[in-house]
Design a protein around this ligand. Structure first.
Ligand code: PA5
Length: 446
């Protein structure tokens, strides 16, 4: 279960403002709970933890078991944005930091990601790897038409078709129930498919097959993840000042609107959590950054980034607030030894856990940043595991809904994402974009 502490944030504002923003967050909670707010046709994520059918969970596990039985060593997950960030976050958080260099524990395949860029070099290098491994693919696209994953999947499919006689058993598609090119192709090729529900947007889809299937295939416990999310769902549906989502939404909006804190940095102290920051940035950036408003979400991984971004956070423009992901206990133990020569002068740490040094670095940083005018929010979990990640996913999703309604924007659309696509299609001379191609060429003086 997670704990949220916003007291080192609220001390930057007066009691009156705190009360005002808690009241605003309670109103925003009502909008989310009543399901009458903007974008209310995209609220399917709210019930996922408790409503996910056994059949779906068992279906994900069946793919995991089939591929394990086939000796699959590498699974390429093709997707972009909400169609890959949640799975990547969970798999990286739960895997060894050196998983790529170590033999797979329990024989589950390595999961790699493609379709989240248009780098020719990345794809060429992916095929160097695929050529060495027994490979399968999960292709994820709700719309079925997104260019980046479509390009990567065309190439991966071609390779699998050419090199495996059981190719239709090595590709699983996650897409819309009825519409889109990927759905049509899957029906034609006989791929097993899973559905991205109509009422769940990409960035809220980690607890649908979009996240669950890759996480299960990598050998992790999706049942525990859903249980953690379900526990959080139970806690967050109770309206009140103590509701952690209300506290978080109120504190960050108060800092943004009244204290000039325009940027929120998610801070982690374990490199495995880097993609929690990436997932969270999409969730909050796409949900809130619209209509000329929104807190800019950024992330750092400490202590590494204290040696690069630390100077700015401590003394640069005072527009920052931080949300620290506090992991109370490490899953593994390493104790610092004593050295007879003590040339490095570290014997004062002999017998101490590295985690103790990490905790002191974290506390020292928090105090320094408070002194530097950076409000601190803290979201704590006991340790990194499937259950707690499920809780974190649900907490941040729910709090995002409350926070965006408080800010006065529709949390569930993303009209701005289309702008680059229109230009890209015009430049690529996609059929149907002739007028736009002409206009963009004129603009570029060609
Ligand atoms: O949150 C979103 O909706 C987006 O980030 C999408 O997830 C992303 O653009 C991928 O879309 P699709 O799954 O349709 O390929």
């Amino acid at each position: 279960m997670i704990k949220v502490n916003v007291k080192d944030c609220l001390c930057f504002a007066g009691e009156q403002s705190r009360k005002e923003y808690i009241a605003k967050a309670l109103d925003a909670f009502d909008v989310l709970a009543s399901e009458k707010g903007a974008g209310n046709d995209f609220l399917g994520w709210k019930a996922l933890p408790t409503d996910t059918p056994e059949e779906l969970i068992a279906g994900c596990e069946a793919v995991r078991d089939l591929w394990k039985a086939k000796g699959v060593e590498l699974v390429v997950v093709v997707g972009i944005g909400g169609s890959y960030l949640g799975a990547r976050c969970a798999i990286e958080a739960l895997s060894s930091s050196f998983a790529k260099q170590l033999p797979s524990p329990n024989g589950y395949p390595e999961v790699v990601f493609a379709g989240n860029n248009l780098s020719e070099e990345y794809l060429a290098e992916l095929f160097d790897l695929i050529a060495l491994k027994n490979t399968a693919c999960i292709v994820i696209s709700k719309s079925g038409t997104t260019t980046e994953p479509a390009v990567a999947f065309r190439l991966v499919k071609e390779y699998i078709d050419k090199n495996y006689s059981d190719s239709s058993e090595r590709i699983v598609a996650i897409t819309d129930a009825k519409r889109g090119a990927l759905k049509t192709l899957s029906t034609q090729e006989g791929y097993r498919t899973f559905v991205v529900p109509d009422n769940v947007g990409g960035r809220f889809s980690v607890l649908t097959p979009v996240g669950l299937l890759p996480i299960a295939v990598a050998g992790f416990d999706i049942r525990a993840m859903l249980q953690g999310a379900a526990e959080m769902q139970k806690t967050l549906c109770v309206k009140g000042e103590d509701n952690p989502a209300i506290q978080y939404a109120a504190a960050r909006n108060l800092m943004y609107s009244e204290c000039g804190k325009k940027v929120e940095i998610m801070v982690t102290y374990n490199p495995k959590l880097q993609y929690l920051g990436e997932w969270w940035k999409q969730l909050y950036g796409e949900s809130e950054g619209k209509d000329g408003k929104g807190i800019f979400p950024a992330s750092v991984t400490n202590t590494a980034d204290l040696h690069s971004m630390g100077q700015f956070i401590q003394e640069g423009e005072r527009i920052l607030m931080e949300t620290v992901i506090n992991v109370e206990k490490a899953n593994r133990s390493v104790v610092i030894g004593s050295d007879p020569q003590n040339l490095d002068q570290l014997n004062f740490l002999a017998g101490k856990h590295v985690e103790h040094c990490g905790a002191m670095a974290q506390l020292g940083t928090k105090l320094a940043h408070l002194d530097g005018g950076v409000p601190q929010m803290e979201v704590s979990i006991e340790r990194i595991n499937e259950y707690n990640l499920g809780s974190l996913f649900y907490f941040f999703e729910f709090a995002c809904g409350v926070s965006a309604y408080l800010l006065g924007v529709n949390p569930f659309n993303q009209p701005g994402v289309e702008a680059y696509k229109k230009n890209m299609f015009a430049l690529l001379e996609k059929p149907g974009y002739e007028e736009a191609t002409k206009a963009i060429k004129e603009r570029l003086g060609k």
